[in-house]
Ligand binder design. Structure first.
Ligand code: ADP
Ligand code: MG
Length: 313
């Protein structure tokens, strides 16, 4: 077992007398993607700011890359890269100049700075725009440049605060593949997001933050399992077929508009086969059949009692 890249225990933070983080605990194994998921105002940026030494905690213990944040903030800073919620790109400089500035400022960089810059521009497909001012870049290009700047010095742990908020779907997918590549290279990624799909797509583990508390943690699959409601959905050709099937599956919920039945089942092959066998025994056939597992939206609602869009007050 290698030591976790990040471990947080009992973390508290208040602004004046207003508690924002109310005792949170989690661990991030090295080389994995951990996603902190929560709506606006949940405390995501506050968590990132504490973990990256920008903000002092009021209580609890945080270790990053094996270093205690309270006593060894300098060592923590040397091990991490941070891409904030708002791009740190200097608009007046070109993409290349922004990167060169990071290389010049970074004491960890050894070797040929210009080659490092050229390599990053190439990797993030920014070479053709490298010598234009960043003010002319699209949102997606700016985020990519920001992330490229974070990678100068090869940090082993990277914090990404809402890396895809406001991006169009295509740029979002590009960003996702960049994040996956980072982890394939052995980097640990701590990522915050408001997008349930993003956590589901990227994260090995997800923690759901709501009003300063972690209301759930686990793999995306584990979180989905917390919510009852996995079912087999059978769709029929006619209302008569639906009626007949409803008689066979009295436990099912029916959707008359869609000519469908929702039969509770655990999603495994055995229960699916049992449903199909029962149809067969009554000489019925469905036009379509699918297994529905709840998504993270369902999870959030079930865990917190309110949807993700509601601003936590
Ligand atoms: N510097 C600050 N002073 C006072 N309150 C703050 C400050 N920064 C954030 N907050 C409050 O703390 C809560 C959590 O904020 P934040 O961590 O930015 O949430 P998120 O990033 O999840 O949207 C919000 O209610 C926000 O208004
Ligand atoms: Mg934020």
């Amino acid at each position: 077992m290698t030591a976790p890249a990040i471990s947080v225990s009992g973390l508290r933070k208040a602004y004046k007398d207003r508690s924002v983080l109310d005792g949170i605990d989690f661990e991030v194994p090295a080389g994995t993607i951990f996603s902190l998921l929560g709506p606006n105002g949940a405390g995501k940026t506050t968590t990132v700011n504490v973990l990256t030494t920008l903000l002092d905690a009021d209580g609890g213990t945080v270790r990053v890359a094996g270093h205690d944040l309270a006593t060894d903030a300098r060592a923590v800073r040397a091990a991490i890269g941070v891409t904030g919620q708002f791009a740190a790109v200097d608009e007046l400089l070109t993409g290349r100049e922004n990167l060169q500035l990071m290389v010049d400022l970074n004491r960890r960089v050894t070797g040929d700075g210009r080659r490092i810059v050229a390599g990053l521009l190439d990797r993030f497909e920014l070479t053709t725009s490298a010598d234009k001012p960043a003010s002319t870049y699209s949102g997606g290009m700016r985020r990519k440049l920001d992330l490229a700047m974070t990678l100068v010095g090869d940090p082993k742990i990277i914090f990404l605060d809402e890396p895809t908020t406001g991006l169009d779907p295509r740029s979002r997918r590009t960003m996702w593949s960049i994040v996956r590549d980072l982890v394939a290279d052995g980097v640990t990624v701590f990522l915050t997001t408001q997008y349930l799909e993003e956590a589901d797509q990227l994260a090995d583990r997800v923690a759901v933050l709501d009003r300063g508390r972690l209301v759930a943690q686990g793999t995306p699959e584990e979180l989905k399992r917390l919510v009852p409601g996995t079912h087999v959905r059978l769709r029929f050709a006619t209302a008569a077929d639906l009626d007949a099937a409803a008689g066979v599956f009295p436990e099912a919920a029916r959707d008359d508009d869609a000519l469908a039945l929702r039969v509770p089942a655990d999603g495994g092959t055995k229960s699916l086969r049992a449903v199909l066998d029962r149809l067969d025994e009554h000489s019925l056939s469905a036009e379509g059949c699918s297994v529905h597992t709840p998504d993270l939206d369902d999870v959030f609602l079930a865990l917190t009692g309110h949807p993700t869009e509601v601003d936590a007050k």
